[in-house]
Design a protein around this ligand. Structure first.
Ligand SMILES: NC(=O)c1ccc[n+]([C@@H]2O[C@H](COP(=O)([O-])OP(=O)(O)OC[C@H]3O[C@@H](n4cnc5c(N)ncnc54)[C@H](OP(=O)(O)O)[C@@H]3O)[C@@H](O)[C@H]2O)c1
Length: 413
């Protein structure tokens, strides 16, 4: 007879699922600063559905999405969860995991109990009419981000996933390294290769905002692997050199410029100041490429502060591809540059099974290496999200230990 509850780091026999688990929970009544919003609680382990898998979590990757979840903005995630018949009184976040499969539903064929896996965060209704019609599930109405739009994420001893989310863990990586890159790397993969004909080609310049961050550090490697030339945007020399170490051909320090945010109206004489700033940024970017070449792709996520510049510097026929609006959502587009130079502004969100698997293969083949910036203990789940929200995390992706041996507390970056 197994135990009802295991302590963190105490591994149950493979395949034995206890009744309860420790989880780091967010509840609507404590939405706010992540440090306080996340609290460790004991919770019942959910039932496994026919197409689902229960994964014992070794380590969990941290993403910006659960900073938003903790704050309760821009949406209350427990209300989104209601759409999938999940609990509405709490949210267990965590959209990246490495771990071991402990149970599978009767219809699962792609994984078995005992498999060592990483989990990608793309979920959708398997009977969604668009999915059944062969349309990219990333465009399905039921598409959702596991561990953000859904409950039962990886900030818990066990996570519940659709079995198709499980991918083989790269054997050469530690549990912590393996938990770091899947969400950001697969998102970057879709942005760079998922929107033909604007995909990275040999010799293309690609401008990567936040080059040292979670998305950017993997985007640089993907661009380089495809034969492109990544130019990073960063806020310090140290971060710029870090990007070079990942393969970037150069970098631009954004703190040397001041034209960020929504530009003055084009009829306002002050617009020229913005224009001069954007031109100076473009010149710095050309210098960083070493060949006066404009970017075929601009890899965007800051949003409001940077979109006008991104559209301005993109090459004729080039694409600005964006997956977030970290600095705000009310970006303006100067249509003159868009139509005249026939540029494309493309939204992109997460990835589908094929894109996640393609990225995972590059990790398994050691063509892309996880950019594990720092590892935190389970009790630091709120703290690490606080650091992330405050922009105080080190380079790369960060990870929380769940069932791997715990670190000391408050190990500052
Ligand atoms: N839709 C999706 O599928 C998806 C998937 C993954 C992530 N995201 C979103 O993408 C965003 C970035 O994620 P991440 O994991 O890369 O975060 P991250 O690790 O915190 O990196 C963000 C980077 O943005 C840069 N940055 C911060 N403020 C900026 C500003 N005002 N202007 C220009 N750059 C600025 C920072 O670099 P410097 O200070 O060095 O410039 C930082 O390294 C988040 O909002 C996240 O939620 C969306």
């Amino acid at each position: 007879m197994g135990k009802d509850l295991y302590e963190l780091g105490e591994i149950p026999p493979v395949g034995e699922v206890p009744r309860q688990m420790y989880a780091s929970l967010v509840r609507p009544e404590r939405y706010g600063e992540p440090e306080k919003a996340f609290q460790t609680e004991i919770i019942d382990i959910p039932e496994v559905g026919p197409n689902e898998a229960l994964v014992m979590v070794m380590a969990a990757g941290v993403n910006f999405n659960n900073v938003w979840a903790a704050r309760g903005i821009p949406v209350d995630v427990t209300k989104t969860q209601a759409r999938w018949g999940e609990p509405t009184e709490f949210h267990i976040g965590g959209s990246d995991a490495s771990g071991v499969v402990y149970a599978v539903g009767p219809e699962v064929t792609n994984v078995d109990v005992g498999d060592r896996v990483v989990v990608h965060a793309g979920q959708w209704n398997l009977d969604d009419p668009k999915v059944l019609a062969g349309i990219d599930p990333g465009l399905a109405d039921s598409f959702r981000v596991w561990g953000y739009d859904t409950c039962w994420g990886s900030f818990a001893q066990f996570c519940l996933v659709q079995a198709h989310q499980c991918l083989p863990k790269a054997e050469h990586l530690t549990w912590e390294e393996a938990a770091a890159p899947t969400l950001t790397g697969s998102t970057a993969y879709r942005m760079l290769f998922g929107w033909p004909p604007n995909t990275v080609r040999e010799g293309d310049v690609v401008l990567v905002w936040g080059g040292s961050g979670g998305l950017g550090s993997l985007a640089i490697q993907l661009v380089t692997h495809a034969g492109g030339k990544a130019v990073a945007v960063v806020s310090s020399k140290e971060k710029g050199e870090y990007c070079r170490s990942l393969g970037a051909v150069g970098y631009v320090n954004r703190t040397n410029f001041a034209h960020w945010g929504v530009p003055p109206h084009w009829t306002d004489p002050a617009w020229r100041d913005w224009f001069e700033g954007a031109k100076a940024f473009g010149k710095a970017l050309w210098e960083a490429t070493g060949e006066k070449k404009s970017p075929a792709i601009v890899f965007e996520h800051p949003g409001e502060d940077t979109i006008p510049t991104s559209i301005f510097v993109a090459d004729r026929g080039g694409m600005v591809v964006i997956c977030a609006g970290t600095t705000g959502y009310s970006a303006t587009v100067d249509l003159r540059y868009l139509w005249n130079m026939q540029k494309r502004l493309q939204g992109s969100h997460l990835f589908n099974d094929e894109q996640a698997a393609a990225f995972n293969e590059l990790v398994i083949d050691a063509k892309v290496r996880p950019t594990l910036g720092k590892v935190y203990s389970f009790e630091e789940t709120g703290y690490v999200h606080q650091l992330m929200g405050d922009g105080k995390l080190p380079e790369g992706n960060v990870v929380i230990q769940v069932n791997t041996p715990q670190l000391g507390l408050k190990d500052l970056p």
